[in-house]
Structure formats: C-alpha cells, structure tokens
Write a protein that binds this ligand. Structure first.
Ligand code: AMP
Ligand code: ZN
Ligand code: FE
Ligand code: FE
Length: 286
C-alpha cells in the first residue's frame, strides 16, 4: 500500500510539545509519505519543517489552523493548506492573533493567581518555547505545580469555559479566516467538520471559496466520518484528515500518523493551491 499522509499536526510553533524537526522525523519513522504542519494561528514552524522534510524524505505540506468565530459563539477552525507561508499580509495578520494569545495568556495567569493558584507567566512562556501561547501551555504549568494531576483535569478545573482561569481569545470572523488563506494562495479547509456539525455553514463557506473539509479526525465517530466523506464527494470537496497530534505527555493520546489519508489527497491540495511550490523557493537555488 502507498504510504499515507497525516495532514493535521501541531508543533512547538503553537501548542505542540515537539519541534517541527522532531515532528517531521517522527513522521518518517512511522512511515508517512507526507505531513501537514498546521499550527494554531502561526506559520512560524513551516521553514524548519520544510528543511527537515528534505533530509527525512517526507513531503511537508505548509499549513495553518486559524481559530475563527461565527456569529456570537460558534468557534470554527479553518485549515489552510499549501499557503504561501512567506506572504507578508498573512504573516502580519497572524501576528495580531499571536500577540492577542500572549496577552490572553497573561490574563489567564492573573485570574488563576487571584484564586490562589501560584502559576507564573514566566513558566508558561518557558513551556511555550516561543510558540503561540495556548491553554495547553497553561495546563502543563498547572500540572507541574500540582494544581491538577493531568492535562485533562487542568482543563476541567481551571481552563474550560466557565472555569476560573478561562479567558476568551480574540478570533477573526469565519469569512475573514477563509479570505486570509485564499489571499495567501492556499486551499481553505474546514477542520473537524463532524464536531462542528453545521452543513449549512459548509455550504456558505463553499460559496466563499472553501475547497476541502477535514473528514478524518480523532474526535469523529465512524458514522460522522462516513457522512462527511459522502458530503465531500457530493460537493466535490477534497476530503482531508489527520491526527491533530500535539504530542504532549499526559495529553490526548493520538500521535503523529494515528489518523491518515491517502497520498493523492496531498496531490489534489497542491494542484488546487495558487501559492509558489514550497520545493522551488528561490532560496533553494542559492
Ligand atoms: P486555545 O487555542 O488556547 O484556546 O487552546 C485550545 C487547545 O486546547 C486545542 O488545541 C485543544 O487540543 C486543547 N484542548 C482543549 N480541551 C482539552 C482537554 N480537555 N485536554 C487537553 N487538551 C485540550
Ligand atoms: Zn492545539
Ligand atoms: Fe482544531
Ligand atoms: Fe488542531
């Protein structure tokens, strides 16, 4: 059988625990032909991943996962594949989101301090290793100081909506997230669509230029996967999928290569992209 692709993985550029190089090497070790690097609100890990892909013999699909808001309270994640990760407008827009994440990280720490939890922003930043700060970094800091026994417990007690450390995060609108991906030449893909379960939204996004949906994901039931495979076929959308691995010790268990799609999905995404091929960047000839 042809070696498969995992098109949804996080690294230390956002809230994953492995560096882009480590993730790509792991992809090679588990026999993947391709890996999509889809960090939250940043493309800071892409260059390193592309470089590692060359030596490891793994195709690296430059990606991003943008958290967007629809209406008042529907959170929708938009994946962008084969974006031009050096596009200045995209980088500037993502920087705004990244800075907002840092401020929100500080606020979360302040709220936790206010209820007597002695977690420090310095430690959270250290854990984040310069990556876009997210709740998993705070969760790891909480486990370290013994305020929670597991990452999951830290979320449940302190970080989920309504909990004492919860702070809402600044998000772009759904249509803006799709536009950001398209302007950078990428293929817009709605993430984990069976969790979202809003077909009318998908139809609206198709009108905006979305060309793919994430059909395979660890949080999808077999029935949900099947339903959206048929939905993708009916609407001529590219059916993507991946592990959404974060590789955090004590966190969710799905690892790199845990959920995959056939390699031809990668080829369809690349064919659909209008960005320069990451393999033929001018710097490669220098
Ligand atoms: P943020 O983007 O900072 O709001 O954090 C969201 C991230 O937290 C996502 O990547 C999820 O994978 C992760 N997450 C959400 N809930 C949990 C949980 N109960 N246990 C572990 N990770 C979680
Ligand atoms: Zn994450
Ligand atoms: Fe997501
Ligand atoms: Fe994700």
């Amino acid at each position: 059988m042809e070696r498969p692709a995992d098109l949804h993985v996080h690294t230390t550029a956002s809230d994953g625990a492995l560096t882009p190089t480590q993730v790509v090497r792991l992809a090679a070790d588990v026999g993947l032909a391709a890996i999509g690097i889809t960090d939250h609100d940043t493309v800071a890990g892409i260059d390193e991943a592309l470089e590692a892909g060359k030596s490891a013999g793994v195709v690296v699909v430059p990606g991003v996962e943008i958290s967007a808001i629809h209406g008042h309270n529907t959170e929708v994640h938009i994946l962008g594949y084969y974006i031009d990760h050096r596009n200045r407008t995209l980088i500037d827009q993502l920087d705004v989101l990244r800075n907002a994440r840092a401020l929100r990280g500080r606020k979360m720490v302040e709220r936790l301090n206010a209820v007597g939890i002695p977690v420090s922003f310095e430690r959270v930043s250290e854990i984040a290793q310069g990556g876009a700060i997210g709740r998993p970094h705070v969760a790891r800091a909480l486990v370290e100081i013994g305020a929670a026994s597991t990452i999951d417990a830290a979320f449940g007690r302190y970080l989920q909506e309504g909990a004492p450390g919860y702070v809402e995060r600044y998000k772009v609108s759904l249509l803006e997230a799709v536009a950001m991906v398209l302007r950078a030449g990428g293929v817009a893909c709605c993430a984990h669509v069976a969790k979202l379960n809003r077909d009318e939204l998908l139809v609206e996004l198709m009108r905006e230029g979305m060309r793919a949906i994430e059909v395979r994901h660890p949080d999808h039931s077999p029935a949900g996967t099947k339903y959206y495979e048929q939905f993708a076929a009916k609407h001529n959308l590219i059916p993507t999928g991946g592990s959404d691995a974060h590789c955090i010790e004590g966190g969710k268990t799905t690892t790199v290569g845990g959920i995959t799609v056939p390699f031809d999905i990668v080829e369809r995404l690349q064919a659909e992209s209008r960005a320069p091929s990451p393999g033929v960047w001018p710097t490669d000839a220098e």
